[in-house]
Design a protein around this ligand. Sequence first.
Ligand SMILES: [Zn+2]
Length: 510
Amino acid sequence: MFSSVMSAAVLGMEAYPVQVEADISDGLPMFCMVGDLAPEVREAADRVRTALRNIRIPLPPRRVTVNLSPAHIRKIGTRFDLPIAASLLTAMGIIPPEHTGGILIAGEVGLNGKVRPVNGILQTVMLARDQGCTWCLVPEENAREGAAVPEVAVTGVGTLKELLEYLTYPEKGRKRAQSVPDWKEGEKIYPVDFREINGQEGAKRAAQIAAAGMHNLLMIGSPGAGKTMIARRMPTILPGLTMQESLEITRVYSACGLLEEEGLVKNRPFRAPHHTISANALAGGGRYIQPGEVSLATRGILFLDELPEFSRRALETLRQPMEEGVIQISRTDGKYVFPAHFQLVAAMNPCKCGYYPDRSRCRCLPGEIHRYLGRVSRPLLDRMDLCTEVSRVDYQNLVLERKNEDSRSMRTKVESAWKMQQARYQNCPWQFNSQLNAASVGEFCPLGNRESRVMEIAFEKLELSVRAYHRIIKTARTIADLEGEERIREEHLLEALGFRGADQKFWNPE
Ligand SMILES: [Zn+2]
């Protein structure tokens, strides 16, 4: 007898429909699987046969053929165990064939019949919806994630026995569907807060401006000055996620198998890969291609500590996603596009020992300092809208009991700046000041006579590149937004110019 059950393959971040067909016919007893299968999919034969025997349903001693179609899509992972079992049970006449229509099934099965979680369930359920399915059976641990798609009923399956039960009595299975998670854009609770940082007013201000316009930020200063402390607190001043953003992030984490219990990602990501990371791990790659750190940081912060220590190749891979908000990876089996809409926050020491320009402590030779700073290429430096020097806090500031502004109050200002940008760019393909292209800077950031004059002088005196020139105006736009002002004024430009001071000081010394 022949049967067919719907499932899905996940490649990169996308799910593709796969039909799992089983046929049991007369002939020598054997189990044969076809359809462009990775080795672990082939091994499903042994897992499923043993698991079925362990729930006392041995396969008949006949010729069993399982086909995963279409053949041109590579099937990887262990997610086909459960649909193979369902298809076999149907072909054996145990499950009525009409009960498997309009259902999508995915999951791994252990030898004892327990169902184990798999990657990519969110996109699998989204595919089920697009294919007109009304019900999905997925591993119990993945049910909450799948339930984020309200159009499809998603039931978690704990064991092979449960699968059999739900497919025999579908009403019962549908009744057990996971409830759709309610989405609250409520308060996020972070273990850290800007309130805890004494002093560092310049760097805190830079962090707030960066957050307000999603600008890239470079902090430069000696070891122990507090660069990492500031970076770690940046997610605490970013506005909460919308449902749409959460789904985008969850898809990435689901594809990588990094989702935690609750299903949907609720906090903005903060990713801080070590400087030994390879270009592939940063951009995405691997034998079975998966998103990399730039995608895991999407809608959040990618923090690169010790920026000059990253390999040149790794840093170069950042340029395209920084411009486009997505990363494209070409492979022999096709082209993959992953989201990479991150805010880059980088930190570095000014020299190898970390104490330049403090000549009483720094023992580096001028050539060494030059080489060290030179590891951060000019094009990358030009993409950092704000560059701020973080110096060690003096003792007075450290011990003084102060009333520092807390993250919640900083976030409120950032939120109002985001709202101004939303209103301004509602008909545009971008959301933030930092994303304005050169052609639109003139339209959205007009300068008065006085302000134009300031920029003219700065352009000549600081020998700005065109890119840097535009970035200063965009940063000034954000500073004006933080103050709720429609017009960019001279003081906004001067503050924005001040955040190029550190890179002038270190990279273009007189
Ligand atoms: Zn030094």
